[in-house]
Design a binder for this molecule. Structure first.
Ligand code: ACO
Length: 325
């Protein structure tokens, strides 16, 4: 057997802002109803950051909990990757702001921008450092304040999103080169820039404005199940596992109908699916680590379990990865 350095998740943390916005609250500002939102999306409520809470604050809160769970302190951290599409400023990267606020020493820190697929992308990028022995203690964070990108007159989008952050600590550990090793075992990342018009923000540096999220939801929906399922099959093949071996499926929490449709298509039983969309809504890059944190905290996910993560978002980008926890 060949000894292989693996990127192992050693701690998980999450943070949700205090303010909760229910579907009934939104029905007071746009023509919608709790019944429509629950039936079409599974969403019941979402959290919203306060005006004085930049996304880096959410990221730092989640990171502190992940470090505590891993038994590490900020001084140990030598790599920070933040997956976000709602960074505090155009630059610097939110990761460097997180580094400063945590009091982590000089190291590597940068953001990954792949919208809702950001966490899957960021974990795969961090693996490039950790599994090559270039980082000893990495923080991979998904953090978003999506509510700041909402057009509060567009009922087709403003009911779908929420704010939050989730983080994992990733450390190198030697494995035996088998699928029993703990760590990131395989992944598949995809992007198709020709589908930009389906989901984008109509602002940015070139426009001089932050902009608002625009989405042709039903078109995105059409691509989601097929695309994600293909990436899952590819990630499982990359890891050398069968999808049937997966203990827990942790999908991006955009819409209950999408995640259940994907699970059905790839043959994952309902009881293995972790869903938080009802309480968190779509928190973009934060949704997977937040869902992971929820299931670790409530005791469902245990050390050694085989996890399948997947996401799809603006770009379009999508991807999946297989992790032995
Ligand atoms: N309340 C009431 N009615 C609504 C609402 C609302 N909040 N939103 C839309 N409608 C109406 C529409 O106006 C339309 O009315 P019409 O028939 O009179 O024109 C009707 O409902 C149907 O609209 P659709 O858009 O076809 O509804 P659909 O069943 O597709 O559900 C939804 C919409 C929930 C957005 C769904 O398409 C979806 O979840 N899409 C995927 C979203 C996603 O996964 N995004 C990717 C990640 S996000 C990221 O990367 C940032």
């Amino acid at each position: 057997m060949t000894q292989v350095l693996r990127s192992v998740v050693t701690g998980v943390g999450g943070y949700l802002p205090d303010q909760v916005v229910t579907n009934d609250d939104l029905a007071k500002i746009v023509d919608t109803s709790d019944e429509w939102i629950v039936e079409r999306t599974g969403i019941r409520r979402r959290h919203k950051a306060s005006d004085d809470q930049p996304v880096s604050d959410l990221a730092v809160a989640a990171a502190r909990k992940a470090l505590e769970a891993a038994g590490r302190s900020p001084e140990d951290v030598d790599l920070i990757v933040v997956a976000t599409t709602t960074g505090d400023l155009t630059f610097p990267a939110t990761a460097t702001i997180v580094q400063r606020k945590l009091g982590a020493p000089v190291g590597v820190a940068f953001d990954v921008q792949a919208v809702c697929s950001g966490f899957v992308y960021a974990l795969s990028v961090a693996d490039g450092f950790v599994a090559r022995g270039r980082a000893k203690c990495a923080l991979v964070i998904g953090a978003e304040t999506m509510t700041r990108l909402m057009d509060w007159t567009d009922r087709g989008t403003c009911v779908l999103f929420g704010d939050g952050a989730g983080a994992v600590v990733v450390e190198p550990q030697m494995g035996e080169g088998t699928t029993e090793d703990r760590g990131l075992l395989g992944f598949a990342l995809r992007a198709d820039g020709t589908k930009q018009d389906l989901l984008y923000v109509d602002g940015g540096v070139s426009t001089g404005q932050v902009g608002k999220l625009r989405m042709q939801g039903n078109q995105v929906f059409r691509h989601a199940v097929v695309n994600i399922s293909e990436a899952i099959t590819a990630a499982a093949a990359d890891a050398g596992v069968e999808v049937s071996e997966v203990d827990w499926f942790i999908p991006h929490q955009a819409n209950l109908r999408i995640l259940e449709g994907v699970a059905r298509r790839v043959g994952i039983e309902d009881h293995k699916v972790i869903t938080t969309v009802a309480d968190h809504a779509n928190t973009s890059a934060a949704s997977i680590p937040l869902a992971l944190n929820t299931a670790v905290q409530d005791g469902r996910i245990k050390k050694g379990d085989l996890l399948l993560l997947e996401a799809m978002g603006g770009g379009l980008t999508w991807g999946a990865c297989v992790v032995r926890f």
